[in-house]
Write a protein that binds this ligand. Structure first.
Ligand code: URA
Length: 204
């Protein structure tokens, strides 16, 4: 079973962590990505939301959740009356993984090794922010936080114990809603995600 890596003693603040992460070469994704996309939000957030990895837009802007999936997440947060600035928003993997296709860059899922390497940073964020609850958006975040690879459909809406010892609420990734071909399925998934975000707020 995976474990949450122990953070180094010389990094005491999120600012120091962000500077160190900007130089990260723990895996090969830094070679092709534009930059490290570190987390953002409140250093004392009670709720931390973890996505998969930055997308095309995030890679260019250097901020998490600014592309289409991020905009959907931010809209659902705002519908639920949650101010994103009071949360800590981050990703399981901090560099964009893609395949070039002409002028476009097609998203690729991070593999277990990339998630494991980047868990070092996620563990550091958890240690520094100390959230009461962490929300895992999608399978990569759920795996990064819990070490468990079970399918999303079996666990969505449940609170599991993370590798760091704290509670992790597993829910859909917003891109799952955007990709759902069937509008009825998209509506159900959107309602699930909205309900899970409300549940997260009720728990903290
Ligand atoms: N943007 C992010 O920052 N993370 C995701 O998981 C998806 C989009």
């Amino acid at each position: 079973r995976a474990s949450m890596p122990q953070p180094p003693e010389q990094i005491d603040t999120l600012e120091e962590a962000s500077k160190a992460a900007a130089q990260c070469r723990r895996c090969d994704l830094c070679e092709s990505a534009t930059q490290t996309v570190w987390g953002e939000g409140a250093a004392d957030a009670q709720l931390m939301i973890v996505g998969e990895q930055p997308g095309d837009r995030e890679d260019i802007e250097g901020r998490p959740f600014t592309g289409p999936a991020g905009q959907l997440l931010r809209a659902l947060l705002s519908d639920a009356g949650i101010d994103a600035r009071t949360l800590w928003l981050t990703n399981a993997v901090k560099h964009f993984k893609f395949s070039p296709r002409g002028k476009r860059r097609l998203h690729r899922n991070p593999d277990r090794g990339e998630i494991a390497h980047c868990r070092w940073w996620l563990g550091l964020e958890l240690t520094l922010v100390k959230p009461k609850l962490t929300v895992a958006l999608g399978a990569s975040a759920a795996f990064a936080l819990t070490g468990d690879n079970r399918p999303m459909a079996e666990r969505r809406g449940e609170i599991e114990t993370g590798l760091h010892g704290g509670p992790v609420l597993v829910t859909w990734h917003p891109s799952y809603i955007l990709r759902a071909g069937d509008p009825a399925a998209a509506t159900i998934a959107r309602d699930d995600l909205a309900r899970d975000l409300a549940k997260a707020m009720a728990v903290i």
